[in-house]
Ligand binder design. Structure first.
Ligand SMILES: Cc1cc2nc3c(=O)[nH]c(=O)nc-3n(C[C@H](O)[C@H](O)[C@H](O)COP(=O)(O)OP(=O)(O)OC[C@H]3O[C@@H](n4cnc5c(N)ncnc54)[C@H](O)[C@@H]3O)c2cc1C
Length: 470
């Protein structure tokens, strides 16, 4: 019997494109991967990709070519497009553990050549200056509540509590604030990402797309060769806003910030049926009928079997993905920036605007810096209003993290468990904790049994809201 072998194809020895071809060739070749790789040159790999991946559409081969891409000094608004790619991994500069200097913001080319340049720079500087100015007062307020421990150094104290005061100051940071992020992505997902960037309405994002394509081609020259702008995406981003702008204005009753707009009333039956289907041999409709005809006690027994052992470190079975929830959410932009990192969801954010108002963290009032905070936020709202009449896409850059944003989101129950448990934890930012607890409450309201194993803190979202926001 041939011996089992498990080994790495190291990117230190083989190019990303050669690794991808080596794996692809196992489909037709009886040779070992080492033998296949040894016989390949970079030119042969390029020819293979041209023929199979590009010519015949065997695109999944490109997933074996993985890149690690560093982005520095891109606006947080551009980060949204970069991170909108679900099949990739990211780590970015934290607004909770780092602070921003006065000049760490982006001046968009559209504004540079417009009559709005001076106004944009003045408002951005006011936001950054206010951010810097209120940090000491917020820090002092936190110090009153969380004094230095015995033998604790000033630096150790700061490391321990920094997020508490930076969490409040971050509401002032505009979407133009510059960020660094690392992205790990395969060439197939990257091609899609570049296409989205090249089709984007913002000049900064299109420039990033061009630079990214050039940079990544140093590693994967063939696989990204045909990454071009998508006329489909370009047309939609030009035409759909015109169509949508003709709809009626929102009604006064559309104010709730967390509305469960769709769920499946028979989710419990369907989920139990899916689990019995997987571990049995019935066709699905017969499994469903068996569940529907079962006694209440029997169903409870099956459900408790499915849920026992589920906790923060153990997600429920994949069958929990057969039931979904759609929420219409309003959250502050800071919370959205964290929320968008959850890739196992379908998220449709509206443009960032100043139209829905802004949140005020309670710490800002308690530290006595509400007046400069409101002054800066109102100045941002006014500059936004002026800019938005001219270009609503570009106007987003001026909007600070504290402003509210609408997002339509659909996710399955398994992801709901993950999101709610992770983001309701006490170390999360109060804004996303409130959101996670409210989402959990809504799911429990419609599916008390299915959501009963979620491990959540004792606090309610109302308590977090009362403690953390004015
Ligand atoms: C306390 C805390 C601090 C954080 N600090 C930072 C920070 O400083 N900087 C920063 O950039 N982010 C930070 N994050 C965000 C974090 O890194 C995640 O991006 C975010 O929480 C989304 O979580 P997720 O990846 O588990 O969830 P989702 O994207 O919702 O995915 C759900 C689950 O699917 C699986 N999954 C999804 N995609 C992959 C994949 N590509 N490979 C393997 N498994 C996958 C995982 O099991 C994952 O838990 C922080 C998060 C927390 C909770």
């Amino acid at each position: 019997m041939p011996q089992r072998q498990i080994y790495l194809l190291s990117p230190r020895q083989l190019s990303a494109e050669t690794i991808a071809v080596t794996f692809a060739k196992t489909s037709r070749s009886p040779q070992s991967f080492r033998q296949i790789a040894a016989e390949l040159s970079e030119e042969q790999s390029a020819r293979f990709h041209e023929k199979w991946v590009i010519g015949y559409g065997h695109a999944s081969v490109a997933e074996h070519a993985v890149l690690h891409i560093a982005f520095e000094n891109v606006s947080r608004l551009a980060v949204e497009c970069i991170e909108s790619n679900r099949l990739a991994s990211y780590t970015e500069k934290s607004t909770r553990y780092q602070t921003w200097n006065l000049d760490e913001f982006y001046l968009p080319p559209e504004i540079e050549t417009s009559p709005w340049r001076a106004r944009y720079v003045e408002t951005t500087r006011l936001l950054f200056q206010t951010y810097q100015d209120i940090l000491p007062a917020l820090r002092a307020e936190v110090r009153k509540r969380l004094p230095l421990r015995e033998n604790e150094t000033e630096q150790a104290w700061d490391r321990r509590v920094r997020s508490q005061y930076v969490d409040a100051a971050r509401f002032l940071l505009p979407a133009s604030a510059l960020a660094n992020l690392g992205m790990t992505v395969n060439a197939r997902a990257l091609e899609h990402a570049i296409r989205k960037m090249l089709s984007h309405p913002l000049e900064e994002v299109r420039q990033i797309g061009i630079q990214l394509k050039q940079t990544a081609q140093e590693e994967v020259p063939t696989l990204l060769k045909y990454a071009e702008a998508s006329p489909y995406l370009q047309t939609l981003s030009e035409r759909l806003p015109l169509v949508a702008s003709k709809l009626a204005a929102p009604s006064p009753s559309s104010g709730d910030w967390c509305v469960l707009v769709a769920w499946e009333p028979d989710a419990e039956d369907r989920l139990l049926a899916a689990a019995l289907y997987r571990y049995g041999n019935l066709p699905y409709l017969e499994a469903l009928r068996a569940v529907q005809n079962a006694s209440h006690t029997q169903r409870l027994e099956w459900a408790s079997l499915l849920l026992s052992g589920v906790n923060r470190h153990q997600l429920p079975l994949r069958e929990f993905e057969h039931t979904c929830y759609t929420f219409d959410l309003i959250m502050d932009q800071g919370a959205y920036f964290e929320f968008k990192r959850h890739r196992m969801m379908t998220q449709s954010p509206q443009l960032l605007t100043a139209g829905l108002g802004y949140a005020t963290p309670r710490l800002i009032e308690e530290a006595g810096v509400a007046a400069p905070y409101h002054r800066a936020m109102q100045a941002a709202a006014e500059t936004y209003r002026l800019l938005a009449e001219w270009n609503p896409q570009v106007a987003q850059y001026i909007v600070p993290n504290g402003f509210y944003r609408r997002v339509l989101v659909t996710f399955n129950l398994r992801e709901a468990y993950h999101f709610c448990q992770l983001r309701a934890a006490s170390n999360a930012h109060f804004s996303i904790r409130r959101l996670a607890l409210r989402i959990a409450e809504e799911i429990r309201r419609v599916h008390p049994l299915l959501a009963s194993a979620m491990e959540l803190p004792q606090e309610s979202w109302e308590e977090i809201e009362a403690q953390s926001f004015v």
